[in-house]
Ligand binder design. Sequence first.
Ligand code: FAD
Length: 391
Amino acid sequence: AFESLASDFYGFENQLTEREREFIANLRAALETELKPIVNEYWERAEFPRQIVDVLHGARAIGLGFEETAPFENSAVFRGWVALELARVDASVSTYVGVQNGLALGAIGICGSKEQRAEWLPKLASGEVIGAFGLTEPDSGSDSAQGLRTIATRDGDDWILNGSKRWIGNATFSDITVIWAKSAEDGQVKGFIVPTGTPGYTATKIEGKQSLRIVQNADITLENVRVPESLRLQNANSFRDTAAVLRETRAEVAWAAVGVAVGAYEAALRYAKERVQFGKPIAKHQLIQDLLVKSIGDITASIALCTRVSQMLDAGEQRDEHSALAKAFATARMRETVARCRELMGGNGIVIEYDVARFFADAEAVYSYEGTREMNTLIVGRAITGEAAFV
Ligand code: FAD
């Protein structure tokens, strides 16, 4: 039950507790049997396999980071491994969890009052409530720290929201969406838990995605959407609080990027041992070994970086620039790795049934969401030079 991941070359997983490793082993087994066999078919149809929600929530993979919902005490490194395991099978399903767990549940866990946490965290962890996180807008992506156009206006005990959102994951079927909006009163960004049945709220599926086809993303419009003050996240007073949520999720996306690289690498390694050219398995060709070794090197370096950035979270030392560097570095290494694995497989590298084509395409969205490489670079650049170069 405690078999280590073969692509964990330096045995980082051994640092987890026995309980954490057992959890990972069970999750790995569930994903292999329930998700892996159906994933390419759903990817081609650009459909989300709703049955997987029960598997993920049943495995208690959601809400691991909060005392209200964690099944046992655990570390941020462990939670990173969970993200890796999910993405190793499929980046879209890991994105579903990233949204439900890190962004929606995380926003309420980090920015909600005690009462809000008590009400929403257990429901989001069990899957009774599906959540989404609406920050990005049609005209505000990278500059959402200052460029949000969605406005929240106070009206007695309520707030009225007007604006639009783009790219919002899970929002085609979410029960609640955390909407980030600028307050008309003080110009600061605030967060609202918006039940999606509220009049004036509409979500439309974004069609035609060629990356992360399984994840459902939506355009949202908000027309005089009325929410009570009790649904305003009580501890979200400026974008700095939104950024606190993103700081943690970025580190988890870095872990997920390693998972994407591992998924592609494992498929490529298997293929290299089976495919015969010039009278021998291509794994015996030196240049093929070079592709594989570069990949395991990138994976190993990324796991080391991710392990440290998660240890810093647990130690209370993680700053925005730490998770920004992890996200930028791990996603860049992921992108190179999936391209090498695609190359190793020749023509079959572009055929869905060999898996690598899916990882290759999905890597592009993981590279750009939760802060593009440029944005995360500028966050690190600001930290090391003392100069903000965003505008
Ligand atoms: P833009 O901001 O328009 O950027 C375009 C290019 O310009 C990028 O290369 C960028 O790096 C570059 N650029 C911009 N400014 C600068 C600068 N100052 N210096 C140098 N280069 C710059 N958002 C949510 O709120 N919730 C979600 O659930 C969600 N899920 C997503 C899922 C997917 C599949 C995708 C693709 C996106 C998702 N997003 C979500 C949005 C995502 O976070 C944004 O796409 C991302 O932040 C980039 O914004 P943009 O696409 O508007 O690109």
